[in-house]
Design a binder for this molecule. Structure first.
Ligand SMILES: [Ca+2]
Ligand SMILES: [Ca+2]
Ligand SMILES: [Ca+2]
Ligand SMILES: [Ca+2]
Length: 102
């Protein structure tokens, strides 16, 4: 667990504040995709309780954003919190690939 991970979901509260995910809720409440907003668990972009290839579909729509002014940009998908959305943002995602949270 990173330091400052209040809900023990593997992501620091400061990062969750940046993404707009829930820093005090670890797992999505339902396995139904895209029925929760904001999402509780950063790598589970469609809040399905599982991190898999389907989570790359929403990510792809924002891929290639070069800075926060870019219309493609959304902090939710900037997992490295560095102001762009590129392949680097999939590195933290990959560590959670195939994991479930419920
Ligand atoms: Ca959380
Ligand atoms: Ca859900
Ligand atoms: Ca998912
Ligand atoms: Ca980034």
């Amino acid at each position: 667990m990173p330091p400052g991970d209040d809900d023990c979901d593997g992501w620091a509260t400061g990062d969750e504040d940046f993404y707009g995910t829930l820093p005090f809720t670890a797992c999505p409440a339902t396995s139904t995709a895209n029925d929760e907003e904001p999402d509780p668990w950063p790598p589970d972009f469609d809040d399905s309780q599982t991190v898999n290839l389907l989570d790359l579909l929403p990510f792809k729509q924002h891929f290639g954003a070069v800075d926060p002014q870019d219309p493609l940009y959304e902090a939710r998908y900037d997992l490295q919190a560095d102001g762009d959305i590129d392949i680097q943002d999939l590195l933290p995602f990959k560590q959670f690939f195939k994991l479930s949270c419920a």
